[in-house]
Ligand binder design. Structure first.
Ligand SMILES: C[S@@+](CC[C@H](N)C(=O)[O-])C[C@H]1O[C@@H](n2cnc3c(N)ncnc32)[C@H](O)[C@@H]1O
Length: 257
């Protein structure tokens, strides 16, 4: 067990995830009571950083950014394939992974769908680090795009993947982003949401309830139910929405134009 999940060099290692949890995330959890009272994240108290720009606070140094990228990367070595195969994505040839970070999901995607290409769209310094340290130049079906998905236009694509993106943001910002996806995707195209879903009666799963508290202490968002994501997608214009619970940590929602 420890050889598979704890040793840093193991392909399924959770080493970076555990390090980030103990050295960064728990510092926000120390202020959980304040987070619940105030309904806001706790960067100011934990790190003396204003979180008006959430990812500027998260990436307060290059070192912190790389640690975060390793954290994001590690989980997809365990359940990335389940997420990418939850629906048949082969009809989507041009795919943008919005907030694609280290490119872990992009790699699974081009390996499962050899006819598709995936562009990792992320903030400029994340894209540079992803290109230099996470994605091999031999992956010639993986491309990069530096941008801000709230400020910049989205390049047209058949499918936009948003994996663990919406849970960072308020409903209003989610609809803003989904609407951009709706307007920019090709006819018949859509968005693929990858998130941990709460049960419809909020009774669990316990891990997702804990993730939601984690979102409270760290972000502007929360974990949601499938019906809540359907509501956000409908508000952005999407009518055809399919929800797939994988039975693993992350679930998948495909919405088509
Ligand atoms: C929670 S991480 C998810 C990363 C990746 N999708 C995954 O599941 O491993 C959020 C990602 O969104 C990116 N991001 C945040 N704000 C952004 C913006 N305004 N424009 C583009 N990317 C952004 C971050 O740099 C980060 O890579």
């Amino acid at each position: 067990m420890s050889t598979v999940f704890l040793i840093e060099s193991s392909p399924k290692s959770l080493y970076h995830s555990i390090q980030y949890s103990s050295r960064t995330i728990y510092l926000c959890w120390h202020h959980l009571t304040d987070a619940i009272r105030e309904g806001t994240n706790q960067y100011e108290k934990a790190f003396g950083r204003n979180s008006k720009d959430l990812f500027q606070a998260l990436y307060r140094s290059d070192e912190e950014m790389v640690k975060f990228m390793h954290l994001m990367n590690s989980i997809w070595n365990i359940c990335g394939r389940d997420v990418i195969t939850a629906f048949d994505l082969s009809p989507f040839r041009s795919i943008y992974d919005l907030g694609g970070c280290s490119g872990a999901l992009a790699k699974h995607c081009v390996s499962v769908y050899p006819e598709s290409s995936v562009t990792i769209f992320d903030l400029p310094k994340v894209v540079k680090t992803s290109r230099e340290h996470f994605v091999s130049q031999r992956d010639d079906r993986i491309h990069f795009y530096e941008g801000d998905f709230f400020k910049d236009a989205l390049p047209p694509a058949d499918l936009y993947i948003l994996a663990r993106i919406l849970h960072d943001w308020t409903d209003q910002r989610c609809v803003e982003l989904l609407r951009k996806g709706y307007q920019s995707c090709t006819p018949g195209g859509g968005v693929l949401l990858v998130e941990a879903l709460l049960h419809e009666d909020n009774s669990g799963p316990l891990t997702v309830q804990l993730y939601s508290l984690n979102m409270l202490v760290q972000t502007e968002g929360r974990e949601r139910k499938g019906s809540e994501y359907s509501g956000l997608l409908a508000a952005a214009g999407f009518t055809c929405v399919h929800i797939h619970r994988t039975g693993k940590i992350y679930d998948v929602i495909l919405a088509r134009k």
